[in-house]
Design a protein. Structure first.
Length: 692
């Protein structure tokens, strides 16, 4: 793997820096994004409501509004038919809240991911239409539902589709189809999420009804769904997400507010939503019912919100365990059959849970750097989920095998499919024989700028904040630091796959934590002290801690490359944290000075974490922390690890290798503890049972 510095015109950088009175580094990052015109660049840095395009420019918007207005006048109920992912859930919530508030009779339906799958189920619509004639309004689905829409029309029901998925020339016989990806649609921005299209519909309805401020109230939900669906955060999506994040941070929705509190998110960024909030909401649709996530976002009842947040965490914990088991089975299958040599990796298993195979496909594509399709086989049917890698349009590629599928669709980077079980063998054989243009392992990575570790300061963070929201279509800039010393390397985790170390350049030193690097870094000849490395990373500033998210780590001496880890440093924050710990420990002297087996303590959350911090950092003997489940144990471990990255502690569960040496401070699940009870009782001086 090689790196090259992105080439830009220096005169463009100088001109932009002078015109906008910004730093040369920020000007460089803007020029790299193609923003050389000062006026355009200024608008990019300062998104506003003026960036929103006229909703009436969307094809069939006038028809959609007219049908909905007529339904209200005729007192005709509206059935909002959503999708089970966060985009579909938030879109359903946005439409329900607006229509209910302004005089429509509304029912909602979100299909079950496992039992029903994606799209409109005719039997569901029929059951609603038997009660009374009603208008079917879809969210995030419907563009390819020819059979279902034809059936609904035969029942005498009007149909309005709102969607953002790829559209073919031939469209289903709906009365209105609002989708910016229609080939005959002239809307200037094609990358709205499903909830974004729903937002455009209520915006148009609000104008038609002469309502004021109708487009602002729901921006928290629109931003949530937009980030979760990984559409480009450019154009009008920048305003939607930036303004929506502010509203999420001060949300009046009990469910969303409690969820953020449980995740310790005070000032949410796009990455917080994408990697922490959205997975919790998606867990409901994967393991239970998406209706639970929908209810959490729309309830006004505090007690219901608490119950639903607890339920989401239970779903997510179960999802993690199921996902880990299937991922392990898939890796064994790939390695034993040498499937990693195929152009597209296809793995299959009996009754693999449909709620997690998409996540497993994502993890496998990252691990092997190739497109991956994960197929779950049942008695007579097989359903699969695929994830691609940059440069490979998986949707277009799999069109060649469409004769095998009963259902097929998605995006260039993510697809879903189903087929008869008897056709799986033929499909797999066809895929293995067909070449696909994959990226070369020896290609280079483009870097936005070369800096030194000492340049990671408040001014740089302020510049990067101006580029927010960062994400799909507006990626975090990649920086290069050359010949930094990687020191004090230690391996941890299941199979010693992760690594912690210190990164130093001159007198500047940062603690680093790397996930997934253990295997490759272990091959480096570090000679017990350090090795020089070129480090490529993105950086974003949190108010309490700045994070280096490293993409590549290249040994400066032999050119060996490792990738996929997150390095975190926290100078000011660590001092503040330790100061608070010292203050709290002064009130816990009796506890820390009189620890003995069998003692029970009832502590609030902060006091409990204070005690655990002291035990990991100061307690001289071996200590094991036992929690009831993965989620609880991992949450405490990761929270403390951010401040104690140089300490010898680890996390283990039932999937961990029991033959590996246990750390002196270890966080474990009760299942793992009971399986190896004798070892713990023999080797550890203190066992802490952590009860929530």
């Amino acid at each position: 793997m090689r790196w090259i510095l992105k080439t830009v015109n220096n005169s463009d950088i100088e001109g932009l820096a002078e015109a906008l009175q910004i730093s040369p580094l920020l000007a460089r990052l803007l020029v790299i994004r193609g923003l050389t015109d000062p006026e355009v660049a200024y608008d990019f840095l300062n998104p506003s409501a003026g960036d929103l395009h006229d909703p009436w420019l969307l094809k069939d918007m006038t028809k959609a509004v007219d049908y909905l207005i007529r339904a209200r006048e005729e007192n005709m109920p509206v059935l909002i038919y959503g999708d089970y992912d966060v985009d579909g859930i938030t879109g359903t919530a946005v439409l329900k809240e607006f229509l209910s508030e302004h005089g429509w009779k509304v029912d909602t339906y979100i299909p079950h991911r496992v039992d029903e799958g994606y799209g409109i189920q005719p039997s569901v619509v029929e059951s609603f239409c038997k009660k009374s004639r009603r208008l079917l309004l879809t969210v995030d689905c419907g563009t390819t539902a020819f059979e279902a829409i034809s059936y609904v029309k035969s029942l005498g029901c009007p149909v309005v589709i709102t969607d953002h998925h790829e559209a073919k020339e031939l469209l289903p016989p709906a009365d209105a189809i609002v989708n910016p990806k229609r080939s005959d649609d002239g809307y200037p921005f094609k990358d709205l999420a499903g909830v974004g299209v729903a937002y455009k519909l209520i915006y148009a309805l609000g104008e038609k009804l002469n309502l004021s401020g109708h487009g602002e109230k729901c921006l928290d939900l629109v931003a949530l769904g937009t980030i979760a669906d990984m559409v480009d955060l450019t154009d009008e999506n920048r305003y939607i997400v930036k303004e929506g994040l502010k509203r999420i941070g001060s949300s009046q929705r009990p469910g969303l507010s409690i969820l953020l509190e449980r995740l310790s998110i005070k000032e949410p960024e796009a990455q917080d939503i994408g990697y922490r909030v959205a997975p919790k909401l998606n867990a409901a649709g994967r393991l239970g019912s998406a209706e639970d996530a929908f209810s959490l976002l729309t309830t006004d009842n505090f007690h219901d919100a608490v119950r639903l947040v607890d339920l989401l965490f239970e779903y997510n914990s179960a999802r993690q365990e199921i996902e880990a088991e299937i991922f392990e089975q898939a890796v064994r299958q790939i390695e034993s059959l040498q499937l990693h040599k195929d152009p597209v990796i296809v793995v299959r298993g009996d009754s693999w849970h449909m709620g997690v195979i998409g996540i497993v496909a994502t993890r496998l594509s990252h691990k092997y750097g190739k497109p991956v399709i994960v197929i779950s086989e049942n008695e007579d049917r097989a359903r699969g989920s695929g994830r691609s890698v940059p440069g490979v349009n998986l949707l277009e590629y799999l069109q060649m095998f469409s004769e095998h599928f009963t259902e097929f669709g998605g995006h260039p980077m993510a697809i879903g499919l189903s087929m008869e079980k008897e056709k799986v063998d033929a499909f797999v054989d066809s895929v293995r024989k067909c070449e696909i243009p994959c990226q070369s392992e020896n290609e280079y990575v483009e870097v936005d700028a070369e800096i030194s570790l000492s340049q990671l300061n408040d001014k740089l963070f302020e510049d990067l904040d101006l580029l927010e929201p960062l994400g799909q279509g507006n990626p975090e800039p990649l920086f290069l630091v050359r010949k930094a010393s990687v020191e004090h390397v230690r391996f941890f985790g299941n199979g010693q796959m992760n690594v912690r170390f210190q990164l130093r350049q001159g007198n500047t030193r940062f603690d680093a934590l790397g996930f997934g690097l253990g295997h490759s870094v272990s091959k480096w000849n570090i000679n017990g002290t350090h090795v020089k490395a070129d480090v490529i990373f993105s950086v974003r500033n949190r108010k309490t801690c700045a994070n280096l998210n490293v993409a590549y780590l290249m040994n400066s001496e032999n050119g060996e490359t490792s990738s996929r880890f997150s390095a975190k440093f926290s100078t000011k924050e660590t001092q503040n944290f330790e100061s608070e710990m010292t203050h709290r420990l002064s009130h816990l002297d009796l506890v820390v000075n009189n620890l003995f087996p069998g003692q029970s303590l009832i502590l609030d959350l902060k006091s409990r974490n204070t005690l655990y911090y002291w035990l990991v950092d100061k307690f001289p003997k071996k200590c094991a922390f036992v929690s009831l489940n993965n989620a609880l144990s991992l949450n405490i471990y990761q929270s403390l690890l951010r401040h104690l990255v140089t300490k010898r502690c680890s996390y283990m569960n039932s999937l961990s290798d029991p033959e590996k040496r246990f750390a002196s401070k270890v966080f474990v699940t009760v299942t793992f503890f009971l399986e190896h009870c004798e070892k713990f009782l023999d080797k550890y001086d203190l066992i802490v049972l952590n009860e929530p």
